[in-house]
Ligand binder design. Structure first.
Ligand code: ATP
Ligand code: MG
Length: 238
């Protein structure tokens, strides 16, 4: 019999609308989604389908109009701003689609700053090695290519060493080889270290390494696939 899986996050009936009147966009329309402890989950969907909106809500970066996100028996939506910041700081690693690096800090300082506030951080030099960017630690974001900035942003999330890592297009700005290296690191976090990783992507191939794939379309979950035998990140080509 299958063991009962522990639910890390339980989002129910999430609605999120931007703007109003003519310009109103219903980014999420009644989305319900559980994230299980120790899984590798891919959220797939075309541009504008609502993936980033959903990830931002799960990570406590944004609030839904209605619905609930239960974490440790509490509804995150009822948290005040300080509680929400606390939750993000303590429990969540976030790789942003737009990197969100601080321009005035070097790559190393960007990563170290996040590691400093984490409960159980990794060593900064180690995470730079993991993303293959040791020689750029002293560079500022504007001195780095898009792919290098993306790797700094991944290093920052890895340094925090959180139980839940939310990644928005983590390979979007990377060539296939570097992207694969990142996927291998994400896979290791789940398979070797028991962490939980959610990857948002357009790239269908990434779904193959996941335990579960959720397809989002027009602000709704339209499909859910369970992968009994995920392939290794090593074998993924795109
Ligand atoms: N701050 C905002 N203000 C107004 N509309 C927004 C805002 N953020 C997102 N939207 C709209 O909400 C919808 C969902 O956007 P979202 O960024 O979640 O899509 P996505 O699936 O992440 O797309 P992509 O793959 O291009 O990153 C889109 O129609 C988008 O235009
Ligand atoms: Mg997006």
């Amino acid at each position: 019999m299958e063991q009962e899986k522990k639910v890390l996050l339980d989002a129910a009936n999430i609605v999120k609308t931007y703007g109003k009147g003519e310009g109103k966009v219903e980014a999420l329309k009644d989305v319900s989604l559980k994230i299980y402890d120790g899984e590798l989950l891919t959220i797939l969907g075309s541009s504008g389908s609502g993936k980033s909106t959903l990830l931002n809500i799960l990570g406590g970066m944004d609030r839904p109009d209605s619905g609930s996100v239960m974490v440790d028996g509490k509804d995150m939506c009822s948290f005040n701003d300080r509680q929400l910041t606390d939750y993000r700081r303590r429990q969540i690693g976030f790789v942003f689609q737009s990197f969100n690096l601080i321009a005035e800090l070097t790559a190393r300082e960007n990563v170290a700053m996040t590691a400093d506030t984490a409960g159980n951080p990794r060593i900064v030099e180690e995470v730079f090695d993991m993303v293959g960017l040791t020689e750029k630690m002293k560079s500022y974001p504007t001195q780095l290519s898009g792919g290098q900035q993306q790797r700094v942003s991944i290093a920052r999330a890895l340094a925090k060493n959180p139980q839940l890592l939310l990644c928005d297009e983590p390979t979007g700005a990377l060539d296939s080889d570097t992207g694969k290296q990142i996927l291998i690191e994400l896979e290791k976090l789940v398979r070797k270290h028991g962490r939980t990783v959610v990857v948002v992507t357009h790239t269908q191939e990434i779904g193959k390494m996941s335990d579960r794939v959720i397809k989002v379309k027009n602000g709704r979950i339209v499909k859910e696939i369970h992968n009994e035998h995920p392939v290794s990140a090593e074998s993924i080509e795109w």
